[in-house]
Design a binder for this molecule. Structure first.
Ligand SMILES: Nc1ncnc2c1ncn2[C@@H]1O[C@H](COP(=O)(O)OP(=O)(O)OP(=O)(O)O)[C@@H](O)[C@H]1O
Ligand SMILES: [Mg+2]
Length: 275
């Protein structure tokens, strides 16, 4: 699916925010432009044929996830399906027995998570994704730990995207609401200026209104050209904003299609979307 035929590109998200304005403080992305065209050398992220697990038994079985530049890919599936495990594998937290991970055409299968961050990956894990006793601002500074340059402009961009974080920047992150904490976690990941942002259940435990808000912000981030790979429990709503959707079952790809096609598929609806 291209940007132009996805209705959510046009009617969702607040286009007035500076992150999306030309020259108005976008999350700095060297590739720029937000083009949804496939990269000449294949998808921006190509994690293909991933097989592996935590010990002797494999959790992932020939699992493939790809994301085009500036697009949103969503992984859904039952609890225990291996969604978080797949994210960890893409981020280098799992030793794979098979398969490879390529980012922007470069094979990064054997890089550490830290080296993947340097290559342009940002990861927001499902749990423990903020430092609760540290202030919001300190959390964002921690996100910039790999950077040697001046990151203040990036922090301002994060505050533009999530204005509440600016108001609460001196407050310990642990005192924030669930939705606000998730904003801190996403903001922290953005501090490294990722080209691929990976989010494991960013809307876990938040109200439907806060979920919609967060999805709008995620769409805005994608518009700046950053690719998004996201696991979501709110499958229906997430697939609505997804360029591509993956249904994962028992560590394997069960269905892969555009978000719209999965939402329209009777089997997917009945089995995974509650009818
Ligand atoms: N650190 C770990 N060590 C051993 N096994 C693990 C570990 N983490 C997860 N598993 C196992 O791997 C399988 C997949 O777990 P995973 O967390 O990836 O599922 P998930 O799809 O993210 O589930 P949920 O929707 O509940 O977040 C489960 O059987 C789980 O018990
Ligand atoms: Mg999980």
């Amino acid at each position: 699916m291209t940007r132009s035929d996805n209705p959510y590109r046009d009617d969702r998200g607040n286009k007035d925010r500076s992150i999306t304005k030309a020259g108005g403080g976008t999350i700095d992305n060297p590739e720029g432009g937000g083009s949804a065209l496939p990269a000449p050398g294949g998808p921006f992220l190509a994690a293909e044929g991933m097989t592996g697990g935590y010990g002797a038994a494999d959790i992932l079985h020939d699992c493939t996830l790809t994301v085009e530049k500036g697009q949103i890919a969503v992984i859904v599936g039952p609890n225990g399906a291996g969604k978080s495990t797949a994210m960890k594998a893409v981020f280098g937290m799992l030793r794979l027995r098979g398969g490879h991970v390529r980012l922007d055409g470069e094979d990064i299968t054997h890089l550490s998570p830290q080296d993947r961050v340097a290559k342009g990956m940002g990861f927001v894990p499902q749990t423990n994704n903020v430092f609760p006793s540290m202030s919001v601002e300190e959390n964002l500074e921690m996100g910039a730990f790999l950077r040697r340059d001046d990151f203040r402009a990036t922090m301002e961009q994060v505050f533009d995207l999530f204005p509440i974080l600016k108001d609460k920047r001196r407050q310990p992150a642990g005192e924030l609401s669930g939705g606000q904490r998730q904003q801190v976690a996403v903001g922290r990941a953005l501090m490294t200026q990722p080209k691929l942002l990976m989010l494991d259940e960013p809307t876990a435990g938040v109200s439907p209104i806060v979920m919609d808000e967060l999805f709008d912000r995620i769409i805005e981030v994608a518009r700046t050209g950053i690719s998004i790979l996201m696991v979501e429990q709110n499958a229906r709503q997430a697939l609505e904003i997804a360029d591509k959707g993956y249904v994962l079952v028992q560590g394997a790809n069960r269905y892969t299609d555009t978000g719209a096609a999965l939402l329209a598929d009777p089997d997917v609806r009945r089995t995974f979307l509650g009818g």
